[in-house]
Design a protein around this ligand. Structure first.
Ligand SMILES: [Zn+2]
Length: 436
């Protein structure tokens, strides 16, 4: 090996807690802060329109002091309101331009206050009933403590680790939903990928008939998609009905239900994969890079289906996040021929729906199994053809690629998840350290 690199990543995860029933005084203070932040956004929007500027710097100069005084808000909330106001005005203006018509100015809604790690804190108390409390700013120099609901062991262990500084704390959000309050805390840790002499690949083929086929040590585990497709088709019908009736509230509710359902499935599949990977020495997870635009019906079909039935990318993202959190490397391979090559004699055949049959030898198997086997094999072959250094480089490279291509979407997805859900890991900021 001539050169090697160690790749360092900062990965982050959002853990969500429901706030326990609050005493009346505290609830009112939080609602007041939320209301005041709406008012602050409105005031900044007015300033923005009046002075024809969406520059945060200018808006700050124009209104910061007065708005802090007017609403007695802490600096961090006023900064957010200012940024939010300029975002709203910018997107309103661009929509007006794009659609070339008069659109009413949107009403700001503030169901969320974001705190940076300086003003937000979690503490552990001797209190038997409520062990963990979040300390939040609700007004200028006014701090309150709110009890967190900690139901599961994983939540507890994250909080304990955070308090013991095994993780770094990122920003935290106080979220109001209906009459409930939630706290979303971002935790971060640095993970390191060291180049290995040999890898144990897990090949994953994502699809529709089988949501995923996972090939470990030559054996395949199938995650059948029948029920998911039926569910999706049913929900599509229901959505169409509400769409026709123009019932946006119900439409949103169904979309939420759909998202939670698929999120749950993705969570189960990805957890299974990560648990398998942990049993191996030097595991690496190999998946197809579906952003390749290739002239194969398979990929085109997959691309088309992404919006229609199942988001492959979402499942891949969830696997990737969980893997990176546990320092398991991910490689994306070019999907060319992964569905066509015979694993036994290496000749090329067209796949015939769900069954793969080789014309040259007697090999016959489930087509998705063949896909997963070939994905795994493709990685092993690349190892035997190239030296390990370049494979390790390739691993680093594929990290970068997936990050720039998909992290935006994934983030959007992650932040849409409300309520208490299993943690979703995000990848943030890449720092490569090259050791020659
Ligand atoms: Zn064959």
């Amino acid at each position: 090996m001539t050169s090697s690199n160690i790749i360092n990543y900062v990965v982050s995860k959002t853990i969500k807690f429901k706030v326990r029933e609050l005493r009346k005084g505290k609830k009112e203070l939080i609602d007041l802060a939320l209301n005041n932040s709406i008012n602050a956004i409105k005031d900044f929007m007015e300033l923005s329109l009046k002075n024809k500027t969406t520059s945060n710097k200018k808006l700050h100069r124009l209104g910061y002091k007065e708005i802090v005084r007017r609403y007695n808000l802490s600096a961090c909330i006023v900064h957010q309101s200012r940024n939010k106001a300029s975002e709203i005005i910018k997107s309103w203006k661009s929509n007006k331009r794009r659609l070339n018509k008069n659109i009413p100015l949107p009403e700001p809604r503030a169901q969320r206050i974001r705190y940076d790690n300086v003003v937000f804190d979690v503490i552990k108390t001797e209190n038997k009933e409520f062990q963990f409390w979040a300390s939040i700013l609700v007004a200028k120099r006014k701090r309150i403590y709110i009890p967190l609901t900690v139901n599961s062991n994983w939540q507890k262990s994250y909080l304990n680790d955070l308090i013991q500084e095994k993780y770094k704390q990122g920003s935290a959000d106080l979220v109001k939903k209906g009459n409930d309050y939630f706290v979303h805390i971002v935790i971060k840790k640095e993970v390191e990928f060291k180049p290995q002499e040999n890898y144990n690949p897990i090949g994953i083929d994502v699809g529709i008939n089988n949501l995923a086929v996972v090939n470990v040590n030559g054996r395949s585990k199938f995650f059948n998609g029948k029920r998911a497709i039926a569910k999706k088709k049913h929900l599509n019908k229901v959505k169409a009905i509400y769409q026709n009736r123009n019932n946006l509230k119900m439409l949103e509710a169904i979309k939420g239900r759909e998202q939670r359902y698929f999120n749950h499935i993705n969570h189960n599949i990805s957890s299974w994969v990560i648990n398998q990977a942990k049993l191996l020495n030097n595991p690496v997870i190999v998946m197809e890079d579906l952003t390749y635009i290739l002239d194969t019906t398979r990929v085109r079909k997959k691309q088309r289906y992404i919006h229609q039935t199942w988001s492959f990318r979402r499942l891949q993202n969830m696997i990737q996040y969980k893997a990176l959190w546990d320092s398991i490397p991910i490689v994306y391979i070019n999907p060319e021929y992964t569905s066509q090559v015979c694993p036994k004699c290496l000749s090329t055949n067209k796949r015939n729906k769900h069954n793969y049959k080789c014309r040259y030898c007697d090999y016959e198997a489930n087509a998705d199994h063949v896909g997963a086997v070939n994905i795994r094999k493709k990685f092993l072959e690349s190892i035997s053809f190239e030296d390990m250094a370049s494979i390790n480089n390739a691993i680093g490279f594929s990290f970068k690629e997936t990050q720039t291509m998909n992290i935006g979407k994934a983030k959007k997805y992650a932040t849409k998840q409300e309520g208490v859900s299993p943690p979703i890991t995000e990848v943030k900021g890449i720092r490569n350290t090259y050791i020659l």
